[in-house]
Design a binder for this molecule. Structure first.
Ligand code: PPS
Length: 301
């Protein structure tokens, strides 16, 4: 892959969290800020937006296969998903920035990933009326997944122990800000911006085929049922975990001896982490934070 020296990532040290544009951030997502904000979206770009660990990679791979699975099969076997679907705000040593990767994507549509909260998405996406696919995951499982990700990702601040992490998560002191504002922000946006498809991780686990079908309807794709079934199979957790192009095993800042990127892919794993006391405290806090929204999540299926 031209212009990419992943070995430089090995020397990365864990970044400090700081306040930036009203949310907690780390330098790897703010150093290229001007170029991010000035990004020129095209009308047929598709933005994949999520809070970290909500199912970004899963839905990215679905979209890749829907658009390019048949026409450009070599993309799926030679390029990792993070090159095919650039992470817009990222700027890591040894890698082109997310903006550069997106600018140079040869495909139509361009699939672009972001974790930015809705108010920080570059305005050209809205001006061009781009399609936006948002995936949300229930707060408890999202927190657990984020905790293990921070443990194994040297590009993230040290999470401390589980209890420390959980308190910080509730305070919204995590990279990309509070989960609560993120999921509610896009939910509100959807009420006035019809090109936003709001998906739930729990629905994807419950019936992947159905969710692929809904995606096709939103995107206006008339993908044959056999093809959708193939995509459902290829994007199964076990298949993606085995697949070097989707399991992030090629990224040296991730320490798989601590935790894999494709960890469990389940709904309800929070029950293995939350103590009874933590759960009560979390529920009480959650009720307050989410009291003004119609958005509902399932913490089990
Ligand atoms: S990131 O780093 O923000 O882009 O991570 P993201 O891809 O959003 O989320 C990673 C979690 O999604 C799970 N995952 C899946 N679950 C079920 N099926 C499939 N195909 C799948 N692909 C990814 C992944 O395992 C992470 O969740 P946890 O709970 O940690 O296992």
């Amino acid at each position: 892959m031209e212009g990419i020296d992943l070995s430089l990532l090995k020397s990365l040290s864990r970044p400090e969290l700081f306040e930036f544009e009203g949310i907690s951030m780390v330098q790897y997502f703010t150093d290229n800020w001007e170029n991010i904000q000035n990004f020129k979206a095209r009308p047929d770009d598709i933005l994949i937006a999520t809070y970290p660990k909500a199912g970004t990679t899963w839905v990215s791979y679905m979209l890749e296969l829907l658009y390019f699975g048949n026409t450009e099969p070599e993309r799926q076997t030679s390029m990792p998903i993070y090159i095919r679907v650039p992470f817009l705000e990222s700027l890591f040593p040894g890698m082109p920035s997310g903006v550069e990767l997106a600018d140079n994507l040869p495909t139509t549509p361009r699939l672009i990933k972001t974790h930015l909260p809705v108010q920080l998405v570059p305005k050209s996406f809205w001006e061009q009326n781009c399609k936006v696919v948002y995936v949300a995951r229930n707060a408890k499982d999202n927190a657990v997944s984020y905790f293990h990700f921070e443990r194994m990702n040297m590009g993230q601040p040290d999470p401390g122990d589980w209890n420390t992490f959980l308190q910080r998560f509730m305070e919204g002191k995590k990279v990309f800000g509070p989960w609560y504002d993120h999921v509610c922000g896009y939910w509100e946006k959807k009420q006035t911006y019809s090109n936003l498809h709001y998906m739930f991780f729990e629905d994807m686990v419950e019936d992947t085929g159905r969710e692929v079908g809904h995606l096709c309807s939103f995107l206006g794709l008339s993908t044959a049922i056999e093809e959708r079934e193939r995509i459902t199979k290829s994007t199964h957790f076990d298949a993606m975990k085995q697949n070097k192009m989707t399991n992030y095993s090629t990224v040296p800042i991730l320490d798989f001896t601590i935790s894999p990127f494709m960890r469990k892919g389940k709904v309800g794993d929070w029950k293995n982490h939350f103590t009874v006391a933590q759960n009560e405290q979390f529920d009480e806090h959650y009720k307050q934070k989410m009291k003004n929204t119609t958005l509902q999540f399932r913490t089990e299926i």
